[in-house]
Design a protein around this ligand. Sequence first.
Ligand SMILES: *[C@@H]1O[C@H](CO)[C@@H](O)[C@H](O)[C@H]1NC(C)=O
Ligand SMILES: *[C@@H]1O[C@H](CO)[C@@H](O)[C@H](O)[C@H]1NC(C)=O
Ligand SMILES: *[C@@H]1O[C@H](CO)[C@@H](O)[C@H](O)[C@H]1NC(C)=O
Ligand SMILES: *[C@@H]1O[C@H](CO)[C@@H](O)[C@H](O)[C@H]1NC(C)=O
Ligand SMILES: *[C@@H]1O[C@H](CO)[C@@H](O)[C@H](O)[C@H]1NC(C)=O
Length: 524
Amino acid sequence: MGRFFFFFLLSLLVILPTAIPQTHSKPVMALPLYTNSRWIVDEGGQRVKLACVNWVSHLEPMVTDGLSKQPMDAISKKIASMGFNCVRLTWPLFSVTNDSLASLTVRQSCQSLGLSESIAGIQANNPSIIDLPLIKAYQAVVSSLGANNVKVILENNISKPGDQYFSADLWIKGLSRMATIFNGVSNVVGMSLRNELQGPRQNVNDWYRHMQKGAEAVHLANPDILVILSGLSYDKDLSFFRNQQVNLTFTRKLVYEVNWNGFSDGKAWKSGNPNQVCGREADNFMRISGFLLDQGWPLLVSEFEMDQRGTNNVNDISYMNCFLAIAAELDLDWSFYLRDGVIGLNEYHGLLNMNWTETRNLTFLQRISSLQSPFRGPGLSEANLHKVIFHPSTGLCVLRKSLTEPLRLGACTESEAWSYTPQKTLTLKGTYFCLQAIELGKPAKLGIICTGSNSKWQTISDSKMYLSSKVNDGSTACLDVDSDNSIVTNSCKCLSRDDTCDPGSQWFKLVDSTRSSSSAKTFN
Ligand SMILES: *[C@@H]1O[C@H](CO)[C@@H](O)[C@H](O)[C@H]1NC(C)=O
Ligand SMILES: *[C@@H]1O[C@H](CO)[C@@H](O)[C@H](O)[C@H]1NC(C)=O
Ligand SMILES: *[C@@H]1O[C@H](CO)[C@@H](O)[C@H](O)[C@H]1NC(C)=O
Ligand SMILES: *[C@@H]1O[C@H](CO)[C@@H](O)[C@H](O)[C@H]1NC(C)=O
Ligand SMILES: *[C@@H]1O[C@H](CO)[C@@H](O)[C@H](O)[C@H]1NC(C)=O
């Protein structure tokens, strides 16, 4: 490419921001939702990325958790204000299939379990539901979410853990009833058939037999909603779809969900070098569930979690960093716990504190918030395709404030548009500038002579999460972040078999994005 061409590009960059109308200014959400290959889309075909919270309503009293602590509208508003567009609201099968349970009011249900404190709390915070039948109270929660523009996925769960009385016919009857009750309720966009199949029925043949029947029953009762299927082994394993596709009479409505708690093997992260574990578990994820994306199905990660107190061990921390990097790279739909769903327990995995008012850890919320809006998908212009350099341990991306200031981490929505060339340079799209390593412990810089070894960035280690180059004296360096979030190069850490080393600050992921790029911003 000649010099002239570059100047041509530069001049385009000056003109473009004003010449092209903003195409992505807040599209109006058109429900119901459909699928288009691996993406969930609205009626207009625009991608809708589901960024949900799990809100529990299937515990013994069968009343939505938290309603004794805060008015439901306050909780709905809080969910929306944290940037989530959807709730996975669990429901217990018996609340619709067992007539004597279904006819209970909220008060009676709590009374039968001796939960007098809950009754007082609900009376104080949500007096309008205390004497409603359980299902009406549940419907009130769904409409409160709707009034706050939050979509709902109805998530079937067992009422008693490990319930041995599970009957497939009853289950299908329950699904069908629930789908019917919410037919016409526009913010109910999906129904998840069954969380975590358990017990002796857990085998592939039964799975197909029951799940296909359940899916058809839901679709028949309510053709507007997405039908969401989960896998085996506590919904970690979807590998059996490789050999046998689901056979359904309807199309454009099928989504899969998978749990990714500490990855497929709960102990995987307890020991082992974080790079090796991340590399292995990422491969494993693709093998047992991520392959569905390549086959053209949407995949929602329905559970991933971490103690948010910051007292975690390095393996927990690396698990979340590894997960967030891959969730960004694959641009997955996902759901995170609002509260852990154990009544009255002060747990540290959910987003809200005990009182259902405050965010437990704002830093953590900001991290996962970076994955709330889509990086790509239908309706986002492929012409904008570029890379962002995502830093999972902060949820931020590499950007610069101006030509003169050093590169630093900032909101991914303001990220530069990078291209990662076949020569392994990281170039600001449409410019001469490429990322360069200069000296260990010093800022990485933008330069215009991009042929030297200090401009080539390899993704190294088993995790492939480092960006490694050579500094001017020839030693190997890794991109890193210093305490004030500026981008520096340091010696690469944790590459040995050390299990206690935290590579977090040096873990980056190059993520494809078509969000309207801001690389032109310093030119105008
Ligand atoms: C309904 O639930 C009640 C209370 O748990 C139980 O005693 C009864 O056996 C259930 N009925 C059916 C038909 O499952
Ligand atoms: C379903 O219920 C079981 C038992 O209470 C629980 O372990 C699991 O996390 C629940 N799933 C969801 C999505 O709440
Ligand atoms: C799919 O289901 C239909 C009926 O719902 C049946 O006729 C057909 O044989 C099934 N196909 C496979 C491959 O199982
Ligand atoms: C919040 O989370 C961040 C990172 O996820 C952690 O470093 C920090 O210690 C946590 N803060 C508190 C107060 O728990
Ligand atoms: C919860 O609320 C109570 C009283 O309303 C207060 O004493 C307590 O400090 C609050 N706890 C948290 C974690 O906000």
